[in-house]
Design a protein around this ligand. Structure first.
Ligand SMILES: *[C@@H]1O[C@H](CO)[C@@H](O)[C@H](O)[C@H]1NC(C)=O
Ligand SMILES: *[C@@H]1O[C@H](CO)[C@@H](O)[C@H](O)[C@H]1NC(C)=O
Length: 338
């Protein structure tokens, strides 16, 4: 990991780490230079006129989508009733069958590397085919949900800025997303607005876990996507970044997802907390073959150990609820009840 001095002027010093080949490709396309100010202006205008932003979506549809998800313990986060962060820096994901917008944060002074999406954006590149977005659109466009009744939701645990949620939502799928880091949640709200998916995305400001309560988690400043419940886990990849402890709500998926709701897929990427999320979804995961969701979770042994669990413990648990077919794809495990 190349560490930069904290005082380094960020743009040029990030470039120093780029390979000569990627530096040669880095002149920003005109379309992007035009797009950014337009987006910023648009969002500024809309933040001044919240009523205008509301008018395009049916309030009744939104209310219906959200009310079926009010657990006794926690209500969905209302993006449209919350303060709008500014500036908004948005970009288009391309190279996927259904392109979508995402919004970024982490623009501060960064000891370790900025998120690769930000580095790309500053070089004038669009974000091309994030692995998880491509995977999700591929599965939802194909094997997942085929044969069953239409409908069903995609559950995105550790949604970060929504690379999985929006990939699914722009295909017309309903999404229930969980994100405990408030800065990321604001980026999800930007994406809900930019992608016009307010009526199909429900988002919780919470960490999914195995119990209802509160837990301390550790935000990694400048790399919020690496925030983790385990303090050790938060420090694993970006050792020199500042880390801030915050208390967040926890909720089991079984408390939120109604028994009657068909769930097509669950994606979990929670920096080592995967086992606890799965334990909190025991009822959901125990559904019979054909009703049980397709499962994707990040399987990073070091992060799991920092949370006092292991991939072996997870596989044993999954097997006990009938997930007997797991395969590794990159850093993720994909499991079904085949
Ligand atoms: C979590 O913290 C909030 C605010 O401090 C408190 O009201 C709530 O009772 C706590 N929940 C649990 C289950 O401990
Ligand atoms: C893991 O276990 C150690 C020792 O019991 C404890 O101090 C630590 O807080 C645990 N970590 C997590 C994330 O639960």
């Amino acid at each position: 990991m190349p560490a930069l001095p904290a005082s380094a002027p960020s743009n040029s010093s990030w470039r120093r780490h780029a390979s000569p080949a990627s530096a040669a490709l880095s002149s920003p396309p005109k379309s992007l230079l035009l797009l950014l100010p337009v987006l910023l202006l648009l969002l500024f205008a809309l933040s001044r006129a919240p009523d205008l932003a509301f008018s395009s979506t049916s309030t009744a549809a939104v209310a219906a989508a959200h009310s079926s998800y009010s657990s006794g313990h926690l209500r969905p986060f209302d993006c449209y009733a919350s303060p709008q962060a500014s500036p908004v820096v948005a970009n288009l994901v391309e190279g996927v069958p259904h392109p979508f917008f995402y919004s970024l944060a982490d623009m501060g002074t960064l000891p370790d590397r900025p998120h690769k999406n930000i580095a790309r954006l500053l070089k004038g590149k669009r974000f091309r085919k994030p692995d998880i977005s491509e995977t999700i659109q591929g599965l939802l466009g194909g094997e997942v949900g085929r044969g069953g009744p239409p409908g069903g939701v995609v559950v995105d645990v550790g949604a970060n800025v929504g690379m999985a949620s929006f990939a699914a939502a722009v295909m017309g799928f309903r999404v229930v997303a969980f994100e405990p880091v408030f800065e990321n949640l604001q980026r999800i709200c930007d994406g809900v607005y930019l992608n016009r998916v307010r009526d199909c995305v429900v988002v919780y400001h919470a960490a999914a876990s195995d119990r209802v309560g509160n837990i301390t988690m550790h935000k990694v400043i400048g790399r919020l996507d690496n925030s983790a419940i385990s303090a050790t886990g938060a420090k694993l990849a970006f050792k020199s970044n500042e880390e801030i402890a915050v208390v967040v709500s926890t909720i089991p998926l079984d408390e939120v997802i109604p028994d009657t709701e068909r769930v097509l897929m669950i994606k979990i990427d929670v920096q080592g907390w995967e086992y606890h999320v799965l334990r909190g979804a025991t009822k959901l995961l125990s559904r019979t073959k054909g009703e049980a969701p397709y499962l994707i979770y990040e399987e990073d042994e070091r992060l799991l150990q920092a949370s006092n669990t292991s991939s072996q413990e997870i596989r044993a648990f999954l097997s006990s609820v009938g997930y007997n077919d797991c395969t590794r794809r990159g850093t993720d495990a994909h499991c079904t009840k085949e």
